[in-house]
Design a protein around this ligand. Structure first.
Ligand SMILES: Cc1cc2nc3c(=O)[nH]c(=O)nc-3n(C[C@H](O)[C@H](O)[C@H](O)COP(=O)(O)OP(=O)(O)OC[C@H]3O[C@@H](n4cnc5c(N)ncnc54)[C@H](O)[C@@H]3O)c2cc1C
Length: 450
C-alpha cells in the first residue's frame, strides 16, 4: 500500500474511528449488490450524520477518491457496487424517522428501510405507497437513488412522487435542503443512482390508508390474452392498486415451491382495487373481471383478507421459487407501452428459445413494466451468452418504444446500452449535468453514463 493510500486511511480513521476500519472480511459484503460484484473497496465508511457525510466528501475531493453510496445493496443493476479504489458510503446507520400525522408527512434519513415508513405511519391511519418487492430490506436512500417502484405504482406512482423535500450533500460537501417548487433540483437527484449527490434525508408524503380492498386472480391460457385483457380493463377506466402478472414458467415454479394449487401451465393475473367505498372498490374489480372473462380467463375472487393474502403470497414467492430452478439469474427490467405487451412478451420468449436459455417473465403489468429473468447454470451455460440475451431483450424494448429500465436503474449493468437508447445530444445533456454537479467525477463514477 502506497504512502498516499496510508495517509487517506489514517485520515478516515481520525474522522470515523471504527466506522471506517472494517476488516477485509467485513468489507467483502460491500462488494456486491443483488446482481453484480466488484473489487474490494479501499474503505467502507458508515456515517451517522449529515455533518459526517460532508466531512467525508471534502476528504474524498481533496484526494480524488471515488465515493459509492450504498443502502441495503439490494439493487439489480450494480449501482452500489464499488469500482477500483472506491470508498463505499454505507448509509444504514443514518436511520432516523419521524412521522407528522397532522401534516401527513414523514422525515426520513436514507438508511430507513422502506417497510419501516409504512409501519410507523399505520398507527395514524396513514401509509407510504412505494413498495418495491424488496421493501423489507431496501432503504429509502436506495429507493431514491433508483426512483424505485413496486406493485402499487400503477395507481399510486413511484418513490419520487412522494418526495416533498430532499436533503443532500453535493460534490463540494455543501448541504442542500430543497422543496420541488422551483427548478425541482430534488427531481434531478431522484433516480440519479448516487452520481449527482449523497442524499441525507427526505420529507415524504403519506396517504390515508384505504378502507376497502378487493382482490382477484385470473387464469389465462397464455400471456398475450392476459395483456389484452389488462389493456381493455384500463381503457374502460379501471385504476387497480396492484396489477401483477406471472407467465406459465413462473406459475409452475411457484407451485413447485408453495404447493398451493395454482393452475400449472397457465398465465396468472393478480389484481387488487382499493378505496373508501366498498361498492366502488368491487365495481372497479368487476371491470377487470369482465375484461378477463372476455379474453378467455377463469376468474377467482378472494372472499376475504385471508384468501387475498394467500394470492399475494404467490407473487412474493416468485424470487425464491425461481432460485430453485437454476443457481443464477439475470433479472432484466424493461418498460414498454401497454399496447405492445403481447408482442413484446412473445418476442422475448422466442429469443430465450433461440438462445437455448430459460427465460421467465413477470412484472407490474399495469404500467408495462416487465421483468424477464434469464435463469442459468454457470457450470454449463456460459455467462457471456446470458448477457448477450439480456442485451437483445433491452433491444426488443427499445424497438417497441419502451425504455431500458422500468425501475431497477442503469448502474453498471446497462451503461453500455445507453448509447443505443439515447440520441447523442441526449447523452451529451446528461454529461453536461454530471460535469456541472460533479466536475471531478468523485460521485459513483463509471455508472449510468457510457
Ligand atoms: C428480490 C428483489 C425484489 C426487488 N423488487 C423491486 C421492485 O419491485 N421495484 C424496484 O424498483 N426495485 C426492486 N428491486 C431492486 C432494489 O431493491 C431497488 O432498486 C431498491 O431501491 C434498492 O435499494 P437499496 O437500499 O438496496 O439500494 P442499493 O442497492 O444499496 O443502491 C441503489 C442505488 O442507489 C444509490 N444510493 C443508495 N443510497 C443513496 C444515498 N443515500 N444517496 C444517493 N444515492 C444512493 C446507490 O449508489 C445505487 O446507485 C428488487 C430487488 C430484489 C433483490
Amino acid at each position: 500500500m502506497g504512502a498516499a493510500t496510508q495517509g487517506v486511511l489514517e485520515e478516515l480513521r481520525r474522522l470515523f474511528g471504527a466506522r471506517a476500519l472494517l476488516s477485509r472480511a467485513q468489507k467483502e459484503v460491500y462488494r456486491y449488490d443483488a446482481i453484480l460484484v466488484g473489487p474490494e473497496p479501499l474503505a467502507v465508511v458508515l456515517p451517522e450524520s449529515r455533518e459526517e457525510v460532508q466531512a467525508l466528501v471534502r476528504l474524498a475531493r481533496r484526494h480524488g477518491l471515488p465515493l459509492v453510496a450504498r443502502g441495503a445493496g439490494s439493487g439489480l443493476s450494480g449501482g452500489s457496487v464499488p469500482g477500483e479504489g472506491a470508498v463505499v458510503v454505507a448509509f444504514t446507520r443514518m436511520a432516523r424517522l419521524e412521522v407528522d400525522p397532522v401534516g401527513r408527512t414523514a422525515w426520513a434519513e436514507p438508511g430507513v428501510t422502506t417497510a419501516r415508513i409504512s409501519e410507523a405511519a399505520r398507527p395514524f391511519g396513514l401509509f407510504y405507497p412505494p413498495d418495491p418487492a424488496s421493501y423489507r430490506t431496501s432503504t429509502l436512500g436506495g429507493n431514491l437513488g433508483e426512483n424505485a417502484g413496486g406493485p402499487l405504482c400503477f395507481k399510486y406512482g413511484v418513490t419520487g412522487d412522494y418526495v416533498l423535500e430532499l436533503e443532500w450533500v453535493d460534490a463540494w460537501g455543501e448541504v442542500h435542503r430543497l422543496d420541488r417548487k422551483a427548478y425541482d433540483l430534488p427531481g434531478l437527484l431522484i433516480g440519479s443512482e448516487g452520481t449527482l449527490g449523497l442524499i441525507t434525508g427526505a420529507r415524504l408524503r403519506l396517504l390515508p390508508l384505504p378502507r376497502h380492498r378487493a382482490t382477484l386472480m385470473a387464469v389465462f391460457p397464455e400471456v398475450g390474452a392476459l395483456a389484452q385483457a389488462v389493456s381493455r380493463a384500463i381503457a374502460r377506466g379501471a385504476v387497480p392498486a396492484r396489477l401483477e402478472f406471472l407467465d406459465p414458467h413462473c406459475v409452475d415454479a411457484v407451485e413447485d415451491y408453495l404447493g398451493m394449487g395454482l393452475p400449472r401451465g397457465h398465465a396468472l393475473l393478480l389484481a387488487e382495487t382499493d378505496g373508501e367505498e366498498a361498492e366502488a372498490v368491487e365495481e372497479e374489480l368487476s371491470l377487470l373481471e369482465e375484461a378477463a372473462l372476455a379474453h378467455g380467463a377463469r376468474v377467482v375472487r378472494a372472499r376475504d383478507e385471508g384468501e387475498a393474502e394467500a394470492l399475494w403470497r404467490a407473487r412474493r414467492a416468485v424470487s425464491p421459487a425461481l432460485g430453485r430452478l437454476r443457481p443464477k439469474r439475470v433479472n432484466e427490467d424493461i418498460a414498454v407501452p401497454r399496447s405492445r405487451l403481447p408482442q413484446v412478451v412473445r418476442e422475448i420468449r422466442a429469443l430465450g428459445e433461440a438462445f437455448g436459455l430459460l427465460v421467465v417473465q413477470f412484472g407490474h403489468i399495469g404500467d408495462g413494466n416487465l421483468h424477464p429473468n434469464i435463469l442459468f447454470d454457470p457450470r454449463c451455460e456460459p455467462e457471456e451468452r446470458v448477457w448477450e440475451l439480456a442485451h437483445e431483450i433491452a433491444r426488443v424494448a427499445l424497438r417497441h418504444g419502451g425504455v431500458l429500465s422500468g425501475e431497477h436503474g442503469i448502474g453498471l449493468m446497462k451503461r453500455k446500452f445507453m448509447a443505443e437508447a439515447l440520441a447523442p445530444e441526449g447523452l451529451e445533456a446528461f454529461r453536461t449535468v454530471k460535469r456541472a454537479l460533479d466536475p471531478e467525477g468523485i460521485l459513483n463514477p463509471d455508472k449510468v453514463l457510457p
